[in-house]
Design a protein around this ligand. Structure first.
Ligand code: G6Q
Length: 547
C-alpha cells in the first residue's frame, strides 16, 4: 500500500479545524443560540425549493470558514467540474460518472469518448415513455389479450432500492389501477409472496439488472418465467408480452429470451446506486406516468445546477457534506440518523444507506494509500413520528452522539384535520430538545424528586439539520435525492476516495458461487474452508438430506 499518498488530514485547513475543535468542543448549542439571537436565520440556506437549517450543528462562523477552506484545499471545485465534464473520475473502473447526464435537458451536451450522450439519454426516455403510455392506457396487452394490471420489478441493490423508494415516495401520484411489487431477495419467499395473488395473464415482469448476470436477479427472473409459462398453459411464446429488461447488457438479455426491442438501456457511466433516474426507473414511470417522471428529472437537474454553480458557502450539498465531515471527523460521531417526517418517504433511509455507505465506505485513497481518518458514517433511520417511540431514547440520552437529518414538508398530501400540524410540531420539538436539552435545574423546577433529576435531565448539544420543502412532489423527490448524491460526492472529494466503485459488493457476488455446489449432498469431500464454514455446510446438508 502506498504510504506516501496525499492525506487531507495534513492540510492546513484540517489542522486548523482540529485546533479549532479543541477550542470550541465544550461550547453548548444553548450558549451559541443565546449569544447570537439571529443564529437560526443566519445558519440557513435555501436553494431549489429546499430550505436547510443547519444552525443546530455545533459550529461557529469560524468552523464554517475553515470547512469551506477545507473544500478549497481538497480541490472540490475542480472535482465537480471534472464530473460534469465527463472525465473518467471512477479511476478503478476507468469510467465517467454521469448520473447528472440522465437528467440533462434535451438540448444539453456532455461528451464521453467523443460522443454527446444527452441525445442517447433522451432517446431511451422517449422509448420508456412510449412503452409506459401503452401499458398505462391498456394498449399493451398480455399474451392472452388481457390488459396488464400487475407490474413486478425484479432487481437488487441499485436496481431495486431506488425503484422501491421512488414508488413508495410518489404513490399518491401513481395510477392506482396498477399493482406494483418488487422482488429482490434470492430467498424464494420474496418471489412467492410477490406473485401469490397475481394472475399471470395480467402480469408484466421488469427484469432490472445493469449487468444481467446478478445471481439473485437472474434466479428470480428464471422463476418468474417458469411461473408465467406454467400459468399460461406452458406457452413459451408468452414471455415476449410479459417480460421487459432494463440493462446495459443486450447480449445477456437476448440470451435470457427477452426481445431486445423490449429492452431499455443505459450506460456503464451510471452507477447502480445512481440509476433510479435511468431506465432502471421504468417502474416509477409506469406508476406515475412519463410527465411526472420528467418532473422528477427536472428536480434532479435543478439541484445539479445548484451544486455545479452556487458558491460553496451557499451550496446545499457542499454545506451538508462539510457538516458531515465535521461531525464524523472532528466530533467523532459514528452514525447519522435520517428521519423523514413524511410517511411516503419510509424507504428513503434504506435508499440512502446504499447511496452513502456503498459510495463512501472506503479506506483507500485515490492514489492507493490508506486513509488517515474515518470515512462514511453509518446511516440509518425511520419515519417520524414512529421512531420517537423507540430509538430516539438513545439519541436523546444515550452515550453516543448521533447527528440527525430531519426532513419535513409544509403541506400534507393527505390532509386530515390537525394531523399535519401535529406531525410538524413533533419534528420541530425533537430538533429543539436535542439541541437544548433540559438542565437539572429545569427538571427540579418542574417538581421532580431529587433522585429522579439525573434520569430526567437531558444534556442536549446534539446536532441536527432540518430540511424543509413545500410538498412532496416528483420534482421535490428528485431534488432531495440529488442533494444527498452531491453531499456524498463532497465528502468523497474531501477524503480523496473513489465513491463510485464497490469492490466489497463485487466480492459478495463471487463468494457464494463457490459454496453453492458444495451444498449438494453428493458433493465430494474434503471441504476446504475453515472448520466453522465446513461444519455449517455439513450441517446444512444434513437438513437437506432429511427432507
Ligand atoms: C450499486 C451496486 C449494486 C448493484 C446490484 C445489482 O451501485 O453496484 O447494488 O446495483 O448488485 O447489480 P445489477 O444491476 O448489475 O444486477
Amino acid at each position: 500500500m502506498n504510504t506516501n499518498s496525499r492525506s487531507i488530514t495534513t492540510s492546513p485547513a484540517w489542522q486548523a479545524l482540529a485546533a479549532h475543535h479543541q477550542s470550541i468542543k465544550t461550547l453548548h448549542l444553548r450558549q451559541l443560540f443565546a449569544d447570537d439571537p439571529r443564529r437560526g436565520e443566519r445558519f440557513t440556506n435555501e436553494a431549489a425549493g429546499i430550505y436547510l437549517d443547519y444552525s443546530k450543528n455545533r459550529i461557529t462562523d469560524e468552523t464554517l470558514k475553515l470547512l469551506l477552506q477545507l473544500a478549497d484545499e481538497a480541490g472540490l471545485k475542480a472535482r465537480i467540474a471534472a464530473m460534469f465534464r465527463g472525465d473518467k473520475i471512477n479511476i478503478t473502473e476507468n469510467r465517467s460518472v454521469l448520473h447528472v447526464a440522465l437528467r440533462a435537458p434535451r438540448d444539453g451536451s456532455i461528451i464521453v469518448d467523443g460522443v454527446n450522450v444527452v441525445p442517447e439519454v433522451h432517446k431511451v426516455l422517449d422509448a420508456m415513455s412510449g412503452f409506459a403510455e401503452r401499458v398505462r392506457s391498456g394498449e399493451w396487452k398480455g399474451h392472452t389479450g388481457k390488459r396488464i394490471r400487475n407490474i413486478v420489478n425484479i432487481g437488487i441493490g441499485g436496481s431495486d432500492l431506488g425503484p422501491v423508494m421512488a414508488y413508495e415516495a410518489l404513490k399518491s401520484y401513481s395510477d392506482r389501477s396498477l399493482r406494483f411489487r418488487f422482488v429482490s431477495n434470492v430467498d424464494s419467499t420474496d418471489f412467492t409472496e410477490a406473485v401469490h395473488d397475481l394472475d399471470p395473464a395480467e402480469t408484466l415482469f421488469i427484469v432490472a439488472s445493469k449487468t444481467f448476470t446478478t445471481l439473485e436477479t437472474m434466479t428470480n427472473a428464471q422463476s418468474a418465467r417458469a411461473w408465467l409459462v406454467a400459468g399460461l398453459r406452458g406457452d413459451e411464446t408468452s414471455v415476449a408480452r410479459h417480460f421487459v429488461a432494463l440493462s446495459t447488457n443486450a447480449k445477456e438479455v437476448a440470451k435470457f429470451g427477452i426481445d431486445t426491442t423490449n429492452m431499455f438501456g443505459f450506460w456503464d457511466w451510471v452507477g447502480g446506486r445512481y440509476s433510479m433516474d435511468s431506465a432502471i426507473g421504468l417502474s416509477t414511470m409506469l406508476a406515475i406516468g412519463p410527465e411526472h417522471f420528467r418532473g422528477m428529472l427536472a428536480g434532479f437537474h435543478e439541484m445539479d445546477e445548484h451544486f455545479r454553480s452556487a458558491p460553496f458557502a451557499e451550496n446545499l450539498p457542499v454545506l451538508m457534506g462539510l457538516l458531515a465531515i465535521w461531525n464524523t471527523n472532528f466530533l467523532d460521531a459514528h452514525t447519522t440518523a435520517v428521519l423523514p417526517y413524511e410517511q411516503y418517504l419510509k424507504r428513503f433511509p434504506a435508499y440512502l444507506q446504499q447511496l452513502i455507505m456503498e459510495s463512501n465506505g472506503k479506506q483507500v485513497t485515490l492514489d492507493g494509500g490508506k486513509v488517515a481518518c474515518d470515512t462514511s458514517a453509518i446511516y440509518w433511520g425511520e419515519p417520524g413520528t414512529n421512531g420517537q417511540h423507540s430509538f430516539y431514547q438513545l439519541i436523546h440520552q444515550g452515550t453516543r452522539l448521533i447527528p440527525c437529518d430531519f426532513i419535513v414538508f409544509g403541506r400534507a398530501l393527505n390532509p386530515i384535520g390537525a394531523h399535519h400540524d401535529m406531525l410538524v410540531a413533533n419534528v420541530f420539538a425533537q430538533g429543539e430538545a436535542l439541541a437544548f436539552g433540559k438542565t437539572a435545574e429545569e427538571v427540579r423546577k418542574e417538581g421532580s424528586p431529587d433522585s429522579l433529576v439525573p434520569h430526567r435531565s437531558f444534556e442536549g448539544n446534539r446536532p441536527s439539520n432540518t430540511l424543509m420543502l413545500e410538498k412532496l412532489t416528483p420534482a421535490a423527490l428528485g431534488k432531495l435525492v440529488a442533494l444527498y448524491e452531491h453531499s456524498v460526492f463532497t465528502q468523497g472529494a474531501i477524503w480523496n476516495i473513489n465513491p463510485f466503485d464497490q469492490w466489497g459488493v463485487e466480492l459478495g457476488k463471487v463468494l457464494a458461487q463457490r459454496i453453492i455446489p458444495e451444498l449438494d449432498v453428493k458433493h465430494a469431500e474434503p471441504l476446504k474452508h475453515d472448520s466453522s464454514t465446513n461444519t455449517l455446510i455439513r450441517r446444512y446438508r444434513h437438513f437437506k438430506s432429511a427432507i
